[in-house]
Design a protein around this ligand. Structure first.
Ligand code: FAD
Length: 688
């Protein structure tokens, strides 16, 4: 059966019959349609050979989508080296063939860190690892001793699906787990504490199993760090995203002058922002629409994909970080891996200033574990004791640091009463502060209608900080940068003191001038049904409407290209606070006209003066009968985009209610059916 034609009755019958006999995992199987400091640099994909040749005695492997699993894997590897002097190899599962994993030298334990993405999926780069796990049988891994930590989010249906599957398949292949399978829950905001709880008990077990002696933490560098006196040359990065962008770098071009890439998570395209505007502005929020021109490149996208934006840190945060650690931004330094299992995390040689601005995640919450690794470098005994105290006391850390939304420099300066932390070595910071990660945006343009332009719709993240005496907001990195580009492009005052942060928009060697930023496209599975006659129900409040603008523009273009178009009903449930933040309000009537009424926008406002709060769920309920009929009789596809926690769960509960009410089945059965819709691709979520 094709997805478009798989009808409700069939799904209903399947769901009820199958769910009665099989568990959720079985159902899913049936319907399943860079601190790169410890990264491997050897050409060999043979894991055993690389580990042996580099004289390592512990292996940490990670599968990471947005860098979190990678970050925790590296923290864990650093901890093992700092506390037990283990010689740890830490690598992305993507980089190795694991066929001989059962033949590791005796005593080598493997610690896996696996994150889950989308519908219980493995990260893109870990799909071959999943294939490897699926290929195992019998006693294939009977010699393997392993530990496992899964990173997931309980607001998603298949919570830690990839971690759970790894656990199951490794055990079935005869591998022995040490300690407990650990899980982090980002949905509950407890990832760091989940990790620390798991790691603390695991380290005790490893101490016994591997007869390890614990000593005071001692930073074990992975790189030889040198200061270059030669100053800035064409080989020195000033913050270029990759070495290809250095003056003597090798950008690739086609004969017609297009930059050819291939562009991906390791090589972005520096795209001109050709148009940007503020969609709305309110007391506490701004929303930016920005259009990236990809015509100078071979970069391609499809409607529903995500754009990854490579950000840079603001002037204020850079200055604060440099000042906190008394760093000289002009120092040129180089990093050379101490063995072939490590890879430099960003283009070097570079300057300290460039690394802080372009390569390190210097804002954002800090981990308790990072605090404890800083104890060895505390400038005096008083601060050493304070750091020890606070990093060993979960509640005190939560109260004094996390609840105040402090970043690393904020927290240290708060503890030292403003005194500098000049005793912390720069090479420790380079190896311990995570790499600045790209931020993702659901593309709000249509590849059918505008092939060479990618647009995004972003809410500027400035969170009021209730703990700040100066009422300073907690600022997001990428969205404030986008807002600066928008202001500059529209000749507004980017130096205004009303703005919480300011940016260098010119970039390294003017690479980002005028109004350019590095981007790459991440493919997603969020796609319209191939048959335009199939009805579509879209639910996207706030910036969750972004991909649906793309979907509708796609259908408009399609309709313009055809005669006698047979379009199914396209219902879009959209929500905003009021009329002011009603996104793209001038565009929707036009689309409706062009689609001859087959497109309908249904709006819920939650803060209209004098009116009761109304959310998208309420509107779906109001149109319950019609929604049910579209799903059950016409085979409609359902799409949800936006807030993962409140909205997506609320919408799911509403759909369960509707299906249960109109088809007269109970809620458990209705839930089971929606699960089946998800696994068959008829109910898709793009939530964050
Ligand atoms: P970050 O720097 O990443 O900060 C995130 C939040 O943490 C901010 O609210 C910030 O105030 C807060 N913060 C900063 N420092 C601290 C601290 N020390 N302690 C506690 N909190 C702190 N967003 C959209 O607007 N539109 C979209 O279409 C969209 N699509 C997405 C699609 C996907 C697949 C994903 C994963 C996300 C999407 N997002 C979208 C969200 C977006 O990627 C970013 O998360 C968001 O824009 C914030 O980025 P930022 O760099 O500005 O903030």
């Amino acid at each position: 059966l094709g997805l478009d034609t798989l009808d409700f009755a069939v799904l209903c019958a399947l769901a009820l019959a199958v769910s009665a006999y099989l568990g959720r995992d079985t159902l899913k199987q049936l319907f399943a349609s860079n601190d790169e400091s410890i990264r491997v640099n050897s050409d060999s994909r043979d894991i055993v050979q690389t580990l042996t040749e580099n004289n390592k005695n512990y292996l940490v492997l990670y599968g990471s989508q947005t860098g979190t699993a990678e970050d925790y894997a590296k923290k864990f590897a650093k901890d093992l080296a700092a506390k037990f002097s283990l010689r740890v190899m830490c690598a992305d599962v993507e980089k190795y063939d694991l066929h001989n994993l059962n033949e590791l030298p005796e005593g080598v334990v493997v610690s896996f860190f696996i994150s889950t993405y989308g519908e219980g999926d493995f990260p893109d780069g870990a799909v071959p690892f999943e294939d490897f796990l699926n290929s195992l049988s019998g006693e294939d891994l009977c010699n393997l001793r392993y530990t496992l930590f899964g990173l997931g989010n309980s607001t998603y249906e298949f919570f830690n699906g990839a971690g759970k599957k790894t656990h199951k398949l490794l055990n079935e292949a005869g591998a022995t787990i040490l300690g407990k399978y650990g899980e982090a829950d980002d949905g509950a905001g407890t990832t760091d504490e989940d990790y620390l709880g798991w790691a603390d008990s695991l380290l005790e077990i490893l101490k016994t199993e591997l007869s390890l002696d614990e000593h005071e933490q001692k930073f074990e560098p992975s790189f030889r760090y040198t200061v270059l006196e030669s100053g800035i040359t064409d080989k020195v990065s000033l913050g270029e995203p990759t070495v290809q962008y250095l003056p003597d770098g090798e950008l690739t071009f086609s004969p017609d002058g297009r930059q050819t890439g291939p562009f991906d998570a390791s090589y972005p395209f520096v795209a001109p922002i050709v148009k940007s505007k503020e969609l709305f502005k309110s007391e506490d929020r701004n929303c930016i629409h920005a259009e990236f021109d990809i015509s100078g490149s071979n970069l391609k996208y499809s409607t529903g994909d995500h754009l990854a934006l490579w950000p840079s840190n603001s002037d204020e945060k850079v200055e604060q970080f440099l000042s906190c650690f008394a760093l000289d931004s002009s120092v040129v330094f180089d990093l050379k891996p101490l063995d072939t299992t490590v890879e430099v995390p960003f283009p070097v040689p570079t300057t300290i200033g460039a690394a802080v601005r372009y390569y390190l995640e210097i804002t954002g919450p800090i981990s308790r574990q990072f605090f404890s690794s800083l104890v060895q470098f505390a400038p005096n005994d008083m601060l050493k004791n304070r750091l020890n105290e606070i990093s060993n006391d979960k509640d005190e850390f939560a109260k004094s640091i996390t609840a105040k939304y402090l970043n690393l420099a904020d927290a240290l300066l708060y503890l030292s009463d403003g005194a500098k932390w000049d005793s912390v070595p720069w090479n420790f910071l380079v190896e311990s502060v995570p790499r600045l990660q790209p931020r993702f945006y659901s593309i709000s343009s249509s590849s059918l209608s505008e092939k060479q332009t990618i647009s995004v719709t972003a809410i500027v993240e400035n969170m009021p900080n209730p703990a700040s005496e100066k009422a300073e907001p907690v600022t997001g990195v990428a969205t404030n940068l986008l807002r600066h580009v928008q202001l500059s492009q529209n000749n507004e005052d980017v130096n205004s003191s009303n703005l919480p942060v300011h940016y260098d928009l010119t970039g390294p060697r003017n690479l980002f001038s005028p109004h350019k930023l590095p981007v790459h496209v991440r493919r997603s599975a969020f796609r319209l049904p191939s048959n335009p006659a199939t009805p579509v129900i879209m639910i996207g409040p706030g910036t969750g409407v972004a991909p649906f603008r793309g979907f509708i523009r796609d259908r408009v273009k399609f309709a313009e290209q055809q005669t006698n178009v047979n379009l199914g009903k396209h219902l879009l449930f959209y929500g905003s606070r009021d009329q002011n933040d009603f996104l793209y309000q001038e565009e929707w009537p036009e689309y409706s006209k062009k689609l001859d009424g087959s497109f309908e926008l249904i709006v819920a406002h939650s803060r209209l003066p004098g009116k009761p709060k109304c959310y998208v769920q309420d509107k779906i309920k109001e149109r319950g009968q019609e929604v049910f009929e579209l799903i059950s009789k016409k085979g409609a596809f359902i799409y949800v985009c936006g807030d993962a926690k409140g909205m997506a769960q609320g919408v799911h509960a509403t759909l369960v209610d509707i299906i249960s009410k109109y088809s007269e089945i109970d809620k458990t059965e209705a839930t089971e059916m929606l699960k089946l819709f998800k696994t068959s691709g008829k109910y898709q979520e793009d939530v964050w």
